[in-house]
Design a binder for this molecule. Structure first.
Ligand code: SAM
Length: 216
């Protein structure tokens, strides 16, 4: 991570009121793909990490039993809560949590976490931190992880608008694939949105609900 958690949180607190305006087509495509590829059932718990203003969490609420949005920025979370209230979206809650400490407890997830999603957030972590984060995710034993993010299909282009080299740390698709497979997920889809934006789907072989016979 090129900036501290506090720096990232402060940066997004400042951006929060305007965050939803003027998003790129590639960002919108990634949100749509993450939402399309995530397959929560009506009793499932979805954990959306780096939820921001809730683009993915709010879209999945209709299909899931419960959606938990977690973020380090109180400002972004406030926007997400306001959108949920304005739209009358039920079954979704937003709270402070980070990739490596998502703060889900038994009251949130009596039957475990079934699906983990994240969009345009993991690239703030270094590759080592991404690996630690995916290990934490694997420890929650979800059957599916859907990651949309800035990721390199080819050579990085620091002049491209999708990331800022001073604050962001995107990985190559190959590195992300290794991280997910090393953590026990089978990569079932790799979707390229742009040379620097993609969506990965990881599934646990035999992935039943957490604790019901699947090995993480
Ligand atoms: C570019 S926004 C994406 C928000 C949302 N997922 C979306 O698709 O619009 C990145 C978000 O990740 C959050 N974030 C950054 N580092 C984080 C971390 N270590 N743990 C959790 N959230 C983090 C930021 O606060 C910010 O809200």
């Amino acid at each position: 991570m090129k900036r501290s958690l506090a720096d990232h949180a402060a940066r997004f607190d400042e951006k929060a009121p305007e965050y939803d305006s003027e998003k790129s087509e590639e960002y919108k495509a990634a949100v749509s793909l993450v939402v399309d590829r995530a397959t929560p059932g009506p009793d499932d718990v979805v954990l959306d990490l780096g939820t921001g203003t809730g683009a993915v969490a709010l879209a999945l609420a209709a299909d899931a039993g419960r959606v938990l949005g977690r973020d380090i920025s109180e400002g972004m979370l406030a926007e997400a809560r306001e959108k949920a209230a304005d739209r009358g979206v039920e079954g979704v809650s937003f709270g402070v949590g980070r990739f490596r400490e998502p703060r889900v407890d038994a009251t949130d997830t009596a039957g475990g976490v079934d699906v983990v999603t994240s969009n345009f957030a993991m690239h703030h972590l270094s590759d080592e931190e991404k690996r630690a984060a995916v290990d934490v995710i694997a420890g929650l034993a979800p059957r599916q992880v859907v990651l949309g993010d800035v990721m390199f299909f080819g050579a990085p282009d620091p002049d491209d608008p999708f990331y800022g080299p001073a604050v962001d740390d995107p990985a190559t698709v190959g590195t992300l694939a290794d991280i997910f497979t090393d953590a026990g997920f089978a990569l079932t889809a790799v979707e390229r949105v742009h040379d620097q934006v993609g969506v990965l789907v990881g599934e646990r072989p035999g992935g039943d609900r957490a604790g019901e016979g699947a090995s993480p």
